[in-house]
Design a protein around this ligand. Structure first.
Ligand SMILES: C[S@@+](CC[C@H](N)C(=O)[O-])C[C@H]1O[C@@H](n2cnc3c(N)ncnc32)[C@H](O)[C@@H]1O
Length: 388
């Protein structure tokens, strides 16, 4: 196998070298754009390059539209320019500029076939209206946008305190700062807003119905466990999170029909005792917040809290597939750097951490939307059974 790889590598390197030299040649680019057969590729590649160069402007147009509640206005049906401008509190000129920008990035459709031009949601705009999690992220990205204003300083660790480090108190706490309650509520809401999609993915990809007693570590406001409770009426459910988050979870769960079914525990999952032993322990969007040594410590504690035959489920966006690389490696890579802790990982890296924590038969469960979450499972043997 190694010999085959050695045989192919020089030729692969050679091809890449030839291709890159050609693509870097302006004459080649010009003739590719002029020649009918290569023109579609040339156009696609220059469009993709431009999208990378200008993507931050698209995001700012999107932010303006969300802040001005423009998608909500258009979700009620097509509107004329004066109607949208009044609703958004903009001059007609500014509003038209924004609407045209949104049309160019497939969020709005403009219909000028009738007497009066009207503006409506395009398919992508309609999808956004149906996804409150995405809207919450867009609003939150104002902070991330500021933190990324000098990406090189961030990469070199030579930046002043980031907004994200302030928002995520448990990341800042590691640097000796106490968590502020307002920030705890803000990040808990943000997580809750994007949890439904993740929970649906987990529940449709992995059958939890065998479990009798489940613990969700770092369970936030309990949105995930409420979905589990609705889908599996017989599982006893426990949530564990930091005291201020547990207080929010208690209040929110208490207001629902699951008030008695989900038991909320507060504490530090690195140092405090877990409330009992469980046959299923989930860590949803937790491991990527932590460096390797912390992650292994947490997974080891989870393993120690399993009953024989028990299972640990790790669910979060993971790097390594074409579908999820941009969200994991680019988005979370930089997001977590701005937050000050953690890293996105490939499934094989998470498997390595789970193995290091003594979990066995570690494997991946495929999900339909890896951009929302991937899933890794690790087990401990039943008594008297040894996994080979
Ligand atoms: C990224 S959020 C994920 C929340 C939830 N699992 C979800 O997917 O929506 C991380 C959670 O871990 C909790 N957490 C962080 N450090 C913790 C610690 N040392 N002990 C207990 N919970 C902790 C946070 O309060 C937060 O609720």
């Amino acid at each position: 196998m190694r010999a085959i790889r050695r045989f192919f590598r020089p030729s692969r390197d050679w091809w890449r070298d030839v291709r890159n030299r050609k693509l870097a040649d302006p004459d080649f680019q010009r003739s590719a754009a002029n020649f009918a057969l290569t023109r579609p590729f040339a156009r696609r590649s220059s469009r993709r390059l431009f999208d990378l160069v200008a993507g931050f402007v698209y995001s700012q147009a999107l932010t303006a539209a969300v802040e001005l509640e423009l998608f909500t206005v258009l979700s009620r049906g097509p509107r004329t320019l004066p109607e949208v401008a009044v609703a958004a509190g903009l001059t007609q000129d500014a509003c038209e500029r924004l609407l045209r920008a949104l049309q160019s990035i497939d969020l709005v459709e403009i219909d000028d076939s009738g007497e009066e031009t009207t503006y409506a949601l395009a398919a992508l705009g309609a999808a956004l209206v149906a996804n409150p999690g995405a809207t919450a992220m867009i609003r939150h990205h104002k902070d991330l946008y500021q933190d990324l204003s000098d990406p090189v300083a961030l990469l070199r660790g030579r930046h002043s305190e980031t907004r994200l480090a302030k928002l995520w108190p448990y990341a800042a706490e590691a640097k000796g700062q106490p968590p502020a309650d307002a920030n705890v509520a803000a990040y808990t809401d943000l997580m809750a807003a994007s949890q439904d999609l993740v929970a649906d993915e987990i529940l449709s990809a992995y059958d939890l119905s065998w479990a009798k007693r489940m613990l969700d570590l770092g369970g936030g406001d309990g949105r995930f466990l409420r979905k589990v409770a609705a889908a599996h009426p017989d599982i006893e459910l426990h949530l564990f999170d930091l005291p201020p988050v547990a207080a929010i979870a208690r209040e929110r769960i208490g207001d629902t029909r699951f008030g008695r079914r989900i038991i909320v525990h507060e504490g530090d999952f690195f140092t405090d005792l877990y409330p009992d032993r469980f046959d299923l322990i989930s860590l949803v969007r937790i491991i990527h917040d932590h460096e390797d040594a912390e992650a292994v410590r947490l997974l080891t504690r989870a393993r120690d809290a399993l009953t024989p035959g028990g299972v640990v489920v790790v669910a979060e966006p993971m790097a390594g597939s074409a579908d999820s690389a941009a969200v994991a490696d680019a988005y979370f890579g930089f997001y977590l750097m701005a937050m000050g802790r953690g890293r996105p990982r490939r499934p094989s890296e998470i498997a390595g951490l789970m193995n290091a924590a003594g979990l066995q038969r570690v494997h991946r469960i495929p999900t339909a939307l890896p951009i929302a979450t991937s899933i890794m499972i690790g087990e401990i043997p039943r008594r008297n059974v040894r996994f080979t």
